[in-house]
Design a protein around this ligand. Structure first.
Ligand SMILES: Cc1cc2nc3c(=O)[nH]c(=O)nc-3n(C[C@H](O)[C@H](O)[C@H](O)COP(=O)(O)OP(=O)(O)OC[C@H]3O[C@@H](n4cnc5c(N)ncnc54)[C@H](O)[C@@H]3O)c2cc1C
Length: 466
């Protein structure tokens, strides 16, 4: 039987980075992929955030349209707001704002790439570092010793491969997490189902509208917010785009496909499709862990990274960077514990300590409150109360109500305030119940500014009675 220092199951972003880091340190490393090549099975997760460039600068500087042709920069995010009749009520675009401190992130929100190109590109760094990639191999089980501790993996064909440390990088339906007992199954509030359509589109037309010098100047990520469908994301690539929407398994009240179809058949969406000559190309449906916190990620000789550990961020389910970051931390843990000759769960707790302190761990400090807010706002079409019913008209009133010249402006302002006050019975309990807990989790100082706010409100007395 072959024996390795590190066995990694999965050659997605997490597995490839773990394999690269372990192999570079001289560990005998193998990573397994059930697809014929990395990325063959991965159709999702394609908007890459700036933290990837910050943490992995050497690799990421080589991500160029020459070697990843589907790449397109998303310089800003475009928000579309649709009312209950699917009529577009507002569009807005957001570029990186002044509070952004990481210099490169001032230029873009995400870089968008197809995973079928990105994953093989990333895996090559691992094989170049000396890791052995075994593609077209499905890992079906774990090998355990008499004491019940994991000591290797078993392929679909029955081959057994032994290793000192097994890293589960095998995504949401992880065999490693299940068979090691770390996560027998996801709870319905920890995992989402995401139907997604892929459209081809005319590259020149996309450029003219969304390209660097296009009409919308770099709007290459979009969010579609609706009253009667859960919020949807659109990621635009070199020659096409994805549109998808998701919600937690425990929250769907209708077939998810019916929601995405509703959006795609809406007039504003059809208009956008026509403008870039979009044609349906593929239909996908994926599970994605989206939890308030990761699951337990280590036991004797086993570590879980990326989706297998429940690492997508609790705000927007960004999962590629967390997979790469936890892959790196798991490999570093393997290097140290193998050198020390102790890969017990006590020694591997080091991994948890590392990720909790990392940029990925910090995300989960507000995990619970953020997810509760999300469930009760942008996904509230399936919740007890659909808060999007008041949120969209109230938000639009606030942001755009003054664009109306039918009355003297001061009269318009009074009309707007009156309308906004009519939402207060919804807005105030909502702020108290869902928004303040997020603020309390996020804020670094206490509410020392509140007396100042109270003072301000006291000065807010009408000058003239109407
Ligand atoms: C619809 C959708 C859109 C998303 N959009 C984004 C986005 O824009 N940006 C972002 O950052 N994240 C996004 N995510 C999340 C992101 O895709 C994942 O978090 C990320 O891919 C996790 O990487 P990973 O390496 O942990 O697992 P995966 O990418 O799932 O890779 C696991 C690999 O293991 C292989 N494998 C699985 N089981 C076995 C087995 N038993 N034997 C051998 N091989 C196996 C698989 O074939 C796969 O290659 C999205 C997710 C979904 C579902």
């Amino acid at each position: 039987m072959t024996e390795y220092d590190v066995i990694i199951v999965g050659a997605g972003p997490g597995g490839s980075v773990a394999a690269k880091v372990a192999a570079e340190a001289g560990l005998k490393t193998v990573f397994f992929e059930r697809g014929r090549k990395p990325g063959e099975k991965n159709a999702s997760g394609c908007g890459l955030g700036p933290r990837m460039w910050r943490t992995f600068p050497e690799m990421m500087k080589e991500l160029t349209p020459e070697n990843v042709p589907s790449m397109r920069m998303a310089g800003c995010v475009m928000n579309h707001y649709l009312d209950k009749d699917l009529k577009e009520r507002a569009i807005e675009m957001y570029y990186p704002t002044d509070s952004v401190t990481y210099e490169p992130a001032k230029q873009f929100i995400t870089m968008n790439v197809y995973r079928s190109e990105f994953d093989p590109w990333l895996a090559k760094f691992a094989t170049d570092a000396g890791a052995e990639l075994r593609a077209s191999v499905l890992i079906k089980n774990l090998v355990k010793n008499d004491a019940g501790k994991v000591i290797g993996v078993q392929t679909e064909k029955g081959e057994k491969i032994l290793g000192k440390i097994i890293i589960g990088a095998d995504g949401v339906l992880s065999v490693v997490s299940k068979m090691s007992g770390l996560n027998p199954r996801w709870l319905p509030n920890q995992v989402t189902i995401v139907p997604q359509y892929d459209f081809s589109a005319d590259r020149d037309k996309i450029d003219k509208i969304y390209g660097p010098d296009g009409v919308l100047a770099d709007a290459a990520d979009a969010c579609w917010w609706g009253v009667n469908f859960p919020s949807a994301y659109q990621v635009i690539f070199g020659d096409g785009f994805h549109i998808g929407l998701g919600s937690w398994l425990g929250q769907w009240t209708k077939n998810p496909i019916s929601h995405i179809n509703k959006l795609v058949s809406s007039k504003p969406f059809q208009r956008m499709m026509k403008a870039i000559d979009a044609k349906p190309r593929e239909v996908h449906s994926h599970l994605l862990p989206w939890a308030a916190e990761p699951i337990k990620t280590y036991t004797d000789n086993v570590l879980l990274i990326g989706d297998a550990g429940g690492f997508p961020c609790p705000l927007e389910a960004e999962g590629v960077f967390p997979a790469m970051e936890t892959g790196k931390l798991a490999a570093e843990t393997a290097i140290k514990t193998i050198a020390d000759g102790d890969t017990s769960k006590q020694a591997l707790k080091l991994y948890e300590d590392k990720w909790k302190k990392s940029s990925v761990g910090v995300e989960f400090e507000a995990g619970e409150s953020l997810q509760t807010l999300w469930r009760n706002l942008f996904f509230s079409t399936q919740a007890e109360k659909n808060n999007m019913e008041w949120f969209i008209p109230a938000y639009i009133e606030l942001r755009g109500g003054h664009y109306d010249w039918s009355e003297p402006h001061i009269v318009r302002f009074r009309q707007i305030f009156k309308k906004l006050r009519s939402y207060s019975q919804d807005v105030i309990p909502f702020l108290q119940k869902y928004v303040l807990p997020v603020m309390a989790d996020v804020m670094e100082e206490d509410m020392a500014t509140l007396p100042f706010l109270t003072q301000m409100m006291e000065n807010l007395k009408p000058k003239k009675k109407k």
